[in-house]
Write a protein that binds this ligand. Sequence first.
Ligand code: PXL
Length: 293
Amino acid sequence: MKRIVTIQDISCVGKCSLTVALPIISAMGVETAIIPTAVLSTHTMFKGFTFRDLTSDIDPIMDHWKKEGFKFDAIYTGYLGSFEQLNLMHKLIGTFRGKDTKVIVDPCMADNGKLYPGFTEEFARAMAGLCADADIIVPNLTEASYMLGIPYVGSGYDEAYIVDLLKKLAGLGAKQVVLKGIEFKADQKSLAGVRGKIGIASYNAQTGRISWYFHRKMKVSFHGTGDIFASVLTGALVRGLSLEKSYALAGDFVVESIKKTISHEDYNTYGVDFESAFPMLLRRLSRETVSSR
Ligand code: PXL
């Protein structure tokens, strides 16, 4: 059985970070080891959340795992709360990366042009440093702009702008870049038919290949969908899907989860009903793992 480790917080209520990564990656048939970086009563979009930092547990956990000789098929880092945790992630990747380990860094810290509470521009630049250790990074447009130290452009950009952004992000050192949340307002010659959709662009720094995947844009957005996206992408990659198939599945699963959520009249606004979308995920995964054999 394949095994990954994911390092992010536990928000006890909120359906993000570890409370989505664990169920999703496990359901995809991959053993999911975790290092919780902090325990919060809820994610940070609720008022009055509690916060217990677990940074001091990370080194002892790594020491024990080193003695046990654990290796991982993937290392996936998500929401990290301090410079010290970023440094510990460099160490963890250096220690547990095997020849075939995929390192996925989700520089989870911002959206819609704004940093999440508690994050700074200096932290964003340090997160850019962690991207150098990654095989694959999965920023949204806001995180990309903060990591590159350039102004956030929320709309009105064209294909050339995105291609330039992909190349600049690859310059941070990751082998592949998966950029999320792309919406073209005007029709693009080479990307006809994407108006009104939202999508993903990827760039392979080794081959120079650029790929796109657009899917339906839902009218409402929810917290935790970025974490769901990165979790499905990690699970699918480890199960042997190509990067392109992995992020298409991840994007489609997020859409399906939002559809399930808004089908309930009294839905929660803090996170999506990804649980009801599992049948679609597992059907597609089983079809695509058979076809990629
Ligand atoms: O979904 C990202 C995330 C993860 N962890 C915590 C958060 C957020 C987003 O707000 O607050 C604690």
